[in-house]
Design a protein around this ligand. Structure first.
Ligand code: ASP
Length: 436
């Protein structure tokens, strides 16, 4: 590989021993030229993330509370890393400047960004790579949205001749020079933008798990790893709750056709999960993953000759729109249509909705099914493979689970079923066991 962009998450850079692992990984492949670090994450479940502490510092100042105690926690984490790595870097000068900026009313985004900034300075020193401040190359417009064209041309200008560099993740700057951050977990986006700007051969995203699992390990015991998956399949699974990557990070690399490899810093020899643009359907293993979410309500509307009535669905959907409710899904039959809405969206508005649908659409019946869960069974092999749906439904029937809703989206890579919340875990397990 000629050009690999490597992004390391917070747990991969939580302390000096993790920094050592990162260096070993970078040195193991000369293609790993650009490194995008997160801020130090938790070293154990009870520990704090540096980004959270930085937000806390800023909140202290805003409420006129001295920040010394919290700031010292941050400063000590960085000082320990520098000391243990034997670096001659004068980290105190950086820390003092940040502390005084915070005390002088620096913004929330500035505060949060300093976690990545300091980690970038230390990592560049440790690797002997050039440090490139993200504020020079990750450029937002005056509305606070990323300006992709400006960002790509700024990155291209500095990343010439196979330069080896560290660019901190998570932040950039707007046209007036203010620091702006992405949403939480946004270093993934920085890595994707850097990869796309230089048309990298590979975007490696290093974290503390060996990629995606076929199902949530809190529900299925020891699920298998997904070795290779397409962007589309991943999108279907992440929409249903499976997450390792920041959602927005996929688009820049997907557009450029650059594969992403999710890798485990603590087990670097594990192949991880490779996310690619296209792949041949795997007929032996047509299912890539099973994911799902609880707490939906389904409104089932029936009206004879609905299929020939003009504008029926539009009227239903305008009622949702007027009530500021977005829906997840809308399976339909000849005389029926169901609207699936997450309870978080619905916010106790069900009675109003039912009343308005009755008044405006005059249906023959309208039935509300609360406490529903959705399960997505995803795989690009299912479109050209017989019996996949039968297997999903059989497994649920054998587990004595009643299916309330079925939808195979037009993408033909996802079979979505609705069942009772109480059957959710059993349902995921029975589908998983049917395919694995
Ligand atoms: N450090 C930031 C966060 O905790 C960004 C990142 O890790 O990607 O959300």
């Amino acid at each position: 590989m000629n050009m690999i962009v490597t992004k390391f998450g917070g747990s991969s850079l939580a302390d000096a021993s993790q920094f050592r692992k990162v260096k070993e990984i970078i040195l193991a492949n000369d293609g790993r030229k650009i490194v995008v670090p997160s801020a130090p994450g938790k070293r154990n479940p009870k520990d704090f993330k540096i980004t959270d502490l930085l937000y806390l510092c800023q909140a202290h100042i805003e409420s006129s509370i001295p920040l010394d105690d919290v700031f010292n926690l941050i400063a000590n984490r960085y000082k320990d890393i520098v000391l243990e790595l034997n670096l001659s870097l004068n980290i105190d000068s950086y820390l003092n400047k940040i502390k005084s900026d915070l005390e002088n009313g620096a913004s929330k985004d500035y505060a949060a960004s300093r976690g990545e900034y300091l980690n970038g300075i230390i990592l560049a020193d440790y690797l002997d790579f050039e440090f490139i401040d993200a504020k020079e190359v990750i450029l937002f417009n005056k509305y606070g949205c990323i300006d992709t064209d400006a960002t790509y041309s700024a990155l291209k200008k500095v990343l010439i001749d196979g330069k080896k560099a560290v660019i901190p993740g998570f932040y950039g700057s707007d046209p007036t020079g203010n620091i702006i951050t992405f949403s939480r977990g946004g270093s993934d986006i920085t890595g994707a933008l850097v990869s796309a700007s230089i048309n990298a051969d590979l975007y490696e995203n290093w974290t503390d798990v060996s990629g995606f699992l076929m199902a949530d390990p809190r529900i299925v015991e020891n699920p298998m790893q997904i070795r290779k998956i397409t962007y589309r399949e991943l999108r279907e699974l992440s929409y249903m709750g499976a997450s390792v990557l920041h959602e927005e990070s996929v688009f820049p690399v997907r557009n450029a056709g650059i594969p992403i490899n999710i890798k485990n810093t603590n087990m670097p020899l594990d192949p991880g999960t490779l996310i690619v643009k296209d792949m041949e359907p795997d007929f032996k293993n047509p299912i890539k993953g099973i994911a799902g979410k609880k707490d939906f309500t389904v409104i089932s509307i029936e009206k004879a000759m609905m299929n020939s009535e003009l504008g029926f669905c539009r009227k239903v959907l305008s009622i949702l729109e007027q009530n500021c409710i977005s829906f997840e899904n809308m399976p339909s039959g000849i005389d029926t249509v169901c609207v699936v809405i997450s309870d978080a969206q619905l916010k106790n508005k069900i009675e109003i909705l039912v009343e308005e649908i009755k008044r405006t659409c005059n249906p023959d019946s309208i039935v509300v099914h609360p406490n529903m869960a959705l399960i997505a069974t995803v795989g690009n092999g299912m479109s050209s493979n017989k019996g996949i749906a039968a297997k999903v439904f059989n497994s649920l029937s054998e587990a004595d689970i009643n299916i309330r809703m079925i939808d195979q989206g037009s993408s033909e890579i996802n079979i979505l079923i609705g069942i009772e919340n109480d059957d959710f875990e059993k349902g995921i397990n029975s589908i998983y066991n049917a395919f694995v």
